[in-house]
Unconditional design. Structure first.
Length: 111
């Protein structure tokens, strides 16, 4: 007979509970306030540069150029559709930064 056979089931349960309690008491706490994912920093930098004054200037330039191209250009078919898409996206891009500032709302947009 070995030692395992001599210990009763109740004693094994007590030993197991004691080991679990000691392990939990000695374990370092895991806090949820970690540094975040590795891509959050670069994405925050991109977001900051998109929301700033550079974004408004770029949007105004794109709106002006695509508007002039639509007005005076001899475009047809797919190229005209592409210019219209760029025009619409630049208007939407400019509107987000303009209207949030216009209504004195500095936080995130609620959808």
């Amino acid at each position: 007979m070995n030692l395992y056979d001599k210990i009763t089931a109740a004693e094994r349960a007590v030993h197991l509970a004691a080991c679990i309690a000691v392990g939990m008491a000695l374990a370092a706490p895991a806090h949820a306030a970690g540094s975040g994912m590795p891509w959050e920093g670069p994405l925050d930098q991109i977001l900051t540069s998109i929301e700033g004054p550079v974004a408004r200037i770029v949007a105004v330039i794109i709106i002006t150029l695509t508007g002039l191209t639509l007005a005076f250009g001899e475009t047809s078919g797919g190229m005209r559709k592409l210019i219209q898409i760029v025009f619409g996206l630049s208007i939407a891009f400019a509107a987000t930064s303009f209207f949030l500032t216009f209504f004195s709302f500095g936080g995130g947009a609620l959808i």
